[in-house]
Design a protein. Structure first.
Length: 252
């Protein structure tokens, strides 16, 4: 299936949806790096890109902060594109495969994509309330289950690897809005709190509705696990093992 045939099919399926909503259509052919089709409306972009063995789509905004959401993060079990086996994109071998994926992209754009672009244009800080009593209640309700689920991975005997596993989970949520990521982040905060206690000492305490850990490390510090996890997510910053050792003192 050559570039012109792919372009014609995308124009036929996708352009009639987006052009009436003010999107400008662009396309390019790069022999070595693949092909691309982009729809642009101000700071909003929808990219479809083809790497010859797979094709993928992403939604982006450049203002007020650059944020990207992949098609996979919007593909639900109701759509035929939902398949956890796809790793880098949506694999295809034949023209029928390619066209079927593009039809799936059309469904994602219509049902989720346009709304997601509007959400991505909102200020991230407006979407990340650090202290919310409902989050602490959720943390308390689900803490034991979240810890049990995480520890089944068998990483408990190596503190650095266990923390690296949490960092990976946070990074995989980096292109989601806070409202879409918060449930998973609260579970991560539960596991992080348990990790702190096992490695530095301390105990959970409900302080007027705020779920915190007291008597952490040799400095007997107090931490709020959701604060650390939410901030790591919003700043896309690592939770470094050495930094934690320096902050809270020797392991308990």
């Amino acid at each position: 299936m050559d570039y012109k045939t792919k372009s014609a099919y995308i124009e036929n399926e996708i352009t009639p949806i987006l052009m009436p909503q003010g999107f400008r259509y662009e396309t390019w052919e790069a022999d070595g790096d693949g092909n691309g089709w982009q729809y642009v409306r101000g700071s909003q972009k929808i990219d479809i890109y083809d790497k010859f063995t797979y094709v993928d789509m992403r939604f982006m905004v450049d203002y007020p902060i650059r944020r990207v959401v992949s098609a996979k993060n919007l593909s639900t079990k109701e759509l035929h594109l939902y398949d956890s086996r796809w790793t880098f994109g949506y694999d295809y071998k034949t023209q029928d495969d390619f066209e079927g994926i593009v039809v799936g992209f059309k469904d994602i754009i219509c049902n989720y994509g346009i709304r997601k672009l509007e959400e991505l244009c909102k200020s991230v800080t407006d979407e990340t309330p650090i202290r919310n009593m409902e989050y602490f209640k959720q943390l308390e309700r689900h803490r034991e289950r979240a810890v049990r689920d995480f520890l089944t991975t068998g990483k408990r005997n190596n503190p650095r690897l266990e923390l690296a596993g949490l960092e990976l989970k946070i990074s995989r949520l980096s292109d989601n809005l806070f409202c879409d990521a918060v449930d998973a982040l609260i579970d991560i905060a539960a596991v992080y709190g348990d990790w702190i206690i096992r490695n530095f000492g301390g105990e959970w305490k409900n302080n007027n509705g705020i779920l915190e850990i007291i008597h952490v490390g040799e400095r007997k510090a107090t931490i709020v696990p959701t604060d650390d996890i939410f901030q790591a997510w919003s700043k896309n910053a690592p939770i470094a093992y050495d930094d934690i050792c320096g902050k809270y003192g020797n392991r308990g």
